[in-house]
Design a protein around this ligand. Structure first.
Ligand SMILES: C[S@@+](CC[C@H](N)C(=O)[O-])C[C@H]1O[C@@H](n2cnc3c(N)ncnc32)[C@H](O)[C@@H]1O
Length: 372
């Protein structure tokens, strides 16, 4: 028998990290990884001794002390009553549901998704955001992201040159997924261009915002991000003539949306300073963009962008999701601001790049092995 206090990432993603000192009690000399069951539900112990199962996701509130024991078939896990923290009626009911579901779900194939990289507060999923099953509904406090812009950027995996109608169709699909992932008071900070002229003039911001509202998102406001990028302009349309001039605003936007209620139900700890609050609540943001060459990704945003969104719109310890992680910038910001960070990226090389950047910021995969 092994006791364990459930951590936030464990609850969110559905696993229990068996402390290494206790591993022999549960695993003996079995070679890791292997498939097993937990409370009768399909499960798997991975190479780091993490017991994964779909039925563990969001089942035990963070801080719950659980007991993991070897059962006839696989393992059983149940909460332990502590003097300071009696088992709540909800949790008892949850456990009942869990056992009931487990037996009902015997024949159902449940995916057990192990992250590509994970520490006690950060996680990289090498997956398609339209298909991932690793993120539970109603589990995310804030989504901060910059999706592909549909401007034919040369990504390794994603085709950014698809027709605009297809692009908007894809936009509706991922916005709907993120809507399901966020909590009732969850929010979305969406970095997109104001408009685009490559492949035809399009009002990207207006179109994407309209789709977001159709999906169910509520509109809050928009920040204008002035990248202060004085790039050489070549496309004038008709030079010095009213015939067909091109006008382009060299800015991007960050559209702020929310699920049901703008005001947070609970009071968490905010870490924004007085100066930051005054400056950032002015919706014209002036800071430089990020260099593609420096980061090694074709379209990175600077850490300043997710850092501002995170500090303005979430509490310390909240769960932040970037469904288009790219080079991992949002997770770097999560690390710097003490948030739980989950990133989804379809391309493996970009996942590796994210991990490299996180390691440069002091994150060590070894921590994974040391979690107790
Ligand atoms: C604009 S970039 C994000 C850049 C990121 N903000 C950064 O700072 O590096 C969009 C990313 O989305 C990824 N992507 C495209 N389609 C995806 C999908 N269906 N699921 C997950 N990632 C996807 C691309 O590979 C690309 O890295």
């Amino acid at each position: 028998m092994v006791n364990k206090i459930i951590q936030k990432m464990e609850s969110l993603l559905g696993f229990i990290h068996i402390p290494s000192r206790d591993r022999s009690v549960l695993v003996g000399d079995m070679k890791l990884p292997f498939d097993t069951k937990i409370n009768g539900c399909k499960a798997r112990i991975d190479e780091y001794g993490r017991l994964w199962s779909d039925c563990l996701r969001n089942k035990f509130p963070v801080g719950t002390k659980v007991e993991v024991v070897k059962a006839n078939e696989g393992y059983s896990v149940f909460p332990v009553k502590t003097e300071s923290e009696p088992i709540s009626a909800d949790l008892k009911q949850d456990l009942g549901v869990l056992t009931e579901l487990s037996t009902q779900r015997e024949d159902v194939r449940l995916p057990i998704i192990e992250p590509y990289f994970q520490t006690d507060s950060l996680c990289v999923l090498n997956e398609d955001v339209l298909k991932t099953e690793a993120i539970s509904p109603n589990s995310i406090d804030l989504v901060v992201t910059s999706p592909p812009y549909g401007v034919d950027i040369k990504y390794e995996t994603y085709d950014d040159g698809i027709p605009y109608t297809e692009y908007l169709d894809f936009t509706g699909k991922w916005l709907a997924r993120c809507y399901d992932f966020v909590k009732d008071d969850g929010r979305l900070c969406l970095n997109i261009p104001l408009d685009k002229n490559k492949g035809g003039q399009q009002s990207v911001c207006a179109d994407v915002t309209t789709i977001a509202k159709k999906v169910g998102w509520k509109y809050h406001s928009t920040m204008i991000w002035n990248e202060q990028n004085i790039s050489r302009r070549t496309a004038w349309g008709s030079w010095l003539s009213a015939s067909a001039p091109f006008v382009i605003a060299p800015v991007e936007v960050i559209v702020v949306l929310y699920k049901s209620a703008w005001r947070k139900k609970h009071r968490g700890k905010s870490d924004i300073t007085r100066e930051e609050f005054i400056e950032w609540t002015n919706g014209v943001w002036n800071f430089s963009g990020e260099s593609k060459n420096r980061v090694g990704h074709p379209a990175p945003f600077p850490v300043e962008l997710p850092r501002r969104c995170i500090k303005l719109f979430s509490f310390v310890g909240d769960a932040i999701l970037d469904p288009f992680l790219g080079s991992g910038t949002t997770l770097v910001a999560c690390l710097e601001t003490d948030r739980i960070g989950i990133g989804v990226e379809i391309n493996r090389a970009y996942c590796d790049l994210s991990i490299k950047r996180l390691k440069e910021h002091g994150v060590c995969q070894k921590r994974l092995l040391e979690i107790v």
